[in-house]
Design a protein around this ligand. Structure first.
Ligand code: FMN
Length: 188
């Protein structure tokens, strides 16, 4: 009888250990977050469209100090955006955090293209969480830059442990249907 008790205790212990280790990652397969930064509203529109098309959670990456029109003057090399983007170590502060980032296995990261790549505040975002093993899918709006390839390449250097896709650049008026089809590749 005692032997049986020992065996039961041993089995319970093994199950508990296995359960504890398997619970180390709380990410639900294919649970997606859409996190975006938008200075003048274009990317916000696409992100909201993407969220309603997919049902994914939505988070706005809000700067601690909002960008004024003056800050965004790309013709002025002394403007805030110019100064930040000329300094690869610049990390503009973000006002709030994603609750329980652990639960997401896929994070769509949206932004306006600035000088061909992601704004520095996206680098702040990427360094604010543990993205190891997660899939990151960039999406962007832009005046004319046609892809997010250069942004993705830059983002990979910030989060080498993540699986950063090339992603896509969309026109401001992209349809919900198109976004749903595009995102479907990662939300199967
Ligand atoms: C500082 C700055 C730099 C920009 N650089 C580029 C660029 O390199 N290529 C491009 O096509 N558009 C560029 N744009 C235009 C924005 O990418 C475009 O207007 C975008 O849709 C703005 O998105 P938002 O409204 O979400 O901020 C730039 C805009 C700003 C303010």
């Amino acid at each position: 009888m005692k032997k049986l008790l020992y065996i039961v205790v041993a089995i319970v212990a093994v199950v508990a250990v296995v359960w504890a280790f398997s619970g180390k990652s709380n990410a639900t397969p294919n649970k997606a977050l859409i996190a975006y930064f938008s200075a003048t509203g274009n990317t916000a529109g696409v992100a909201q469209n993407l969220a309603s098309a997919t049902g994914a959670d939505l988070f706005e990456i809000q700067p601690m100090a909002a960008y004024t029109a003056e800050d965004l003057d790309w013709r002025n090399d002394k403007s805030r955006a110019s100064v930040e983007m000329n300094d690869r170590s610049s990390r503009p502060e973000i006002a709030s955090r994603v609750e329980n980032m652990d639960q997401y296995s896929i994070v769509f990261v949206g932004f306006p293209i600035w000088w061909g790549r992601e704004p520095s505040i996206i680098d702040t975002f990427l360094e604010s969480y543990d993205f190891n093993g997660k899939t990151i899918v960039p999406f962007a709006t832009s005046g004319s830059t046609p892809t997010t390839d250069a942004a993705a390449e830059s983002m990979r250097t910030i989060v080498p442990g993540a699986n950063v896709m090339n992603g896509a650049r969309f026109p401001n008026d992209v349809s919900a249907d198109e976004l749903k089809t595009w995102a479907g590749e990662w939300l199967k």
